[in-house]
Design a protein around this ligand. Structure first.
Ligand code: ADP
Length: 305
């Protein structure tokens, strides 16, 4: 059983020729609205792949709530612990220009209600989960409480990076971060650390373990990921080669797939190899949750070394 404690959003994506200047009105070329939020994305990805998943989160009482919950409902997730509050549903407004350059506004809305008390209200589910998953899109107090209550595996995808007590990051097993986030987390764990000349991604991943993290998965986009397991052994997991049309939510597909396999007791490296295939699959279709595979979809294979 997997419990995801995290954000639920609507993603509103608008294509423009160029980004507007302050005070300017521009025609948009296209608009797409769909369910998003890192928490919901990861929960839906895991559920589609057969995991038994419960979501702890909150939506508002506006029209966007139905959009935000659409895939959560369709994928058969347990949403007993998803609260509805008289607020706006979390909203991410993504403006993409002709060069593919993004600018994004994220309004947390109801996600800001997922604090320590809200997680406490779901204490039974969190305590008994085999895997508890959290990200950086809810208040720190909610993530801290999730870590404290979890007695199984605590997976922390610290995206975006937020300040957390060192004990919470130490409990991460694994900490899942991209290369940029990895550097920020390392700086948080060891504030006086000097960055060695020519430091590689592998150096950073291993330094996170030395700084006390139990295990690490560092995602590197089309270059795959690096895994450091409990034996401090470093493994490079390749990406699958696909024609990427939209990488929105690929990182979340990766995390959802990873936890679905960790919940079955698979090793971290094997789970990351599966997640790599799922992350690549999600790049081949537009959108976030709509792009995720289910068990009937054929996943791209990893290159043979
Ligand atoms: P984030 O979007 O969170 O920064 P990444 O870009 O590192 O995450 O992507 C997460 C994972 O998704 C990667 O480790 C990889 O397995 C997969 N992935 C992302 N982009 C591609 C791509 N263009 N081709 C194949 N796999 C990809």
């Amino acid at each position: 059983k997997v419990v995801v404690v995290g954000s639920i959003n609507v993603d509103l994506s608008v294509d423009v020729v160029r980004h507007p200047m302050p005070g300017e009105t521009l025609p948009g070329r296209d608009v797409v609205m769909g369910p998003g939020g890192k928490g919901a994305n990861q929960a839906v990805a895991a559920a589609r792949l057969g995991a038994s998943v419960a979501m702890v989160g909150a939506v508002g009482d506006d029209a966007n709530a139905a959009v935000a919950l659409s895939q959560i409902t369709a994928s058969g997730l347990d949403r007993t612990h998803v609260r509805q509050a008289p607020r706006a549903t979390g909203l991410a407004i993504v403006v993409v220009d002709a060069d593919g350059e993004n600018s994004i506004i994220v309004v947390p809305g109801a996600n800001s209600l997922v604090d320590a008390d809200a997680v406490e209200a779901a204490a039974d589910a969190v305590r008994t989960a085999h895997v508890v998953v959290a990200q950086g899109e809810i208040p720190a107090s909610g993530t801290i409480r999730a870590a404290e209550l979890s007695s199984g595996r605590f997976v922390l995808n610290l995206a975006p990076v937020m300040e957390l007590p060192v004990e919470v990051i130490h409990k991460a097993d694994p900490l899942v971060v991209n290369e940029h986030e990895a550097g920020l987390v390392l700086a948080m764990l060891d504030r006086d650390r000097e960055i060695p000349l020519g430091e590689t991604h592998s150096d950073v991943a291993l330094a996170l373990i030395e700084a006390g993290v139990r295990s690490v998965v560092m995602t590197l986009g089309a270059r795959g990921s690096l895994v450091v397991d409990h034996q401090s052994e470093l493994t490079s997991v390749p990406a699958a080669t696909v024609t990427a049309v939209d990488s929105t939510g690929a990182g979340d597909a990766f995390v959802g797939a990873l936890v679905s396999r960790l919940a079955e007791g698979e090793s971290l490296v094997d789970a990351a190899r599966f997640a790599s295939r799922v992350g690549a699959f999600a790049c081949t279709r537009p959108g976030a949750q709509e792009s995720y595979p289910d068990l009937d979809d054929e996943l791209p294979a990893l290159p043979v070394p």
